[in-house]
Design a protein around this ligand. Structure first.
Ligand code: SAM
Length: 359
């Protein structure tokens, strides 16, 4: 029983001995009690709710309950946890007490507006962003000092590439706008997308230009496989080849009209960025262009600050770029006519373009 409920029940306990009342009074007048209550209400409960929603979403339980209310047995079957029925019930009942779920006549259903919204297919990127925050950002904040003491760094395996690929689509509006501004619409375009994630931006480009063909590459096998599945589902396999590959090891002829890198410049250490950008340029035909989009530092956005922290603590990659530094790096990598443009006035998101003038 927490202190607040204890205080509330005092008045109901007339049968209790007076010593009980005195003991309770001592506890509830403890000067730490208001702090504990404030901590619980303002900080901890929202954190618990966010964690519950992230795991309910990540496990598919939100989607499942959005289709229809389910009893415990159906959820045991859905999650394939036949030996852990009771433990699953404890987790679901915690969700009920947190106000995210409801249970009626033995059937669990979605209760909070947030749970209902996150369960909608159209909000998948936001649900994945919540999962990214809880699973990767929170540990970065929690463990940073200990990681420094232990000399420990995050590795790529500490991320779930498929969650990140989905969550990255929360920036879709801005990336689409950047593509809309820079993609040639009628002439045939040969596109190379590096770090394609779900492949959604190759799909957008292919829709804008019906004569576009592309090679979509992602470093992470699981991500590349999902992107290939998506291309098949979108009917694009005849125009788009999808592969697992690392920009640093790609062997390609200078055949592309456009090379794109969306939301992944910070997967490369700062001191390797010039070399990596020069490599991307080497795949461009003369006159071909690079389009790179990224959130940049200095936006006063807590989410980006923690993303930046994660990559500062990674054993690969580096901080989010600063606009002027990245422009300089693109120029050093041999790009001409380098420009950086804001997409939305208040957002620290930029589209960088540069041209390969060399043969
Ligand atoms: C944050 S995700 C962005 C995915 C997608 N571009 C988007 O904006 O939705 C970054 C992606 O870049 C990929 N990536 C990182 N380093 C790479 C490299 N060296 N070569 C190819 N892909 C890379 C990662 O595997 C990851 O899927």
């Amino acid at each position: 029983m927490d202190l607040l409920s204890l205080a509330r029940t005092v008045k109901d306990r007339v049968e209790a001995p007076i010593t009980d009342v005195l003991a309770v009074a001592k506890v509830v007048t403890d000067p730490r009690t208001p702090l504990l209550l404030a901590l619980s209400t303002v900080v901890v409960t929202p954190l618990y709710r966010a964690a519950f929603l992230a795991s309910a979403s990540g496990s598919g339980v939100l989607r499942c309950l959005a289709v229809r209310p389910c009893d415990l047995d159906s959820l045991v079957e859905y999650l394939e946890v036949p030996d852990d029925r009771e433990r699953l019930r404890v987790w679901l009942d915690t969700g009920v007490r947190l106000g995210e779920l409801d249970v009626r006549e033995g059937c669990y259903r979605l209760r909070s507006t947030m749970a209902k919204l996150l369960a909608q297919a159209g909000n998948d990127a936001v649900a994945a962003a919540l999962e990214e925050i809880m699973r990767f950002h929170v540990p970065a904040l929690l463990d940073a000092p200990r990681m420094l003491k232990e000399g420990r760094r995050f590795s790529l395996d500490d991320q779930d590439g498929t969650v990140i690929a989905r969550s990255s689509l929360a920036l879709q509006g801005m990336v689409h706008e950047a593509i809309d501004r820079h993609l040639e619409r009628s002439a045939p375009v040969r596109l190379l997308e590096i770090g394609c994630g779900t492949g959604a931006y190759v799909r957008h480009a292919a829709r804008l230009n019906p004569r576009l063909t592309a090679l979509a590459v992602d470093l992470q096998r699981e991500v590349a496989l999902r992107a290939a599945d998506n291309m098949a589902a979108w009917g694009l396999t005849d125009r788009v080849e999808t592969r697992q590959g690392d920009l640093r090891a790609l062997e390609l002829q200078p055949q592309f009209d456009l090379v794109t890198l969306h939301n992944n410049i910070y997967y490369f250490p700062e001191d390797e960025r010039v070399e990596m950008l020069a490599r991307a340029r080497s795949f461009l035909a003369p006159g071909g262009r690079l389009l790179l989009t990224s959130s940049c530092q200095g936006g006063g956005n807590a989410g980006l600050d923690v993303l930046n922290l994660w990559f500062e603590y990674a054993d690969f990659g580096g901080p989010l770029p600063r606009e002027d530094e990245l422009v300089g790096q693109l120029e050093k990598a041999g790009f001409a006519d380098v420009r950086a443009a804001r997409i939305i006035p208040t957002q620290p998101f930029r589209a960088f373009v540069g041209t390969n003038v060399r043969a």
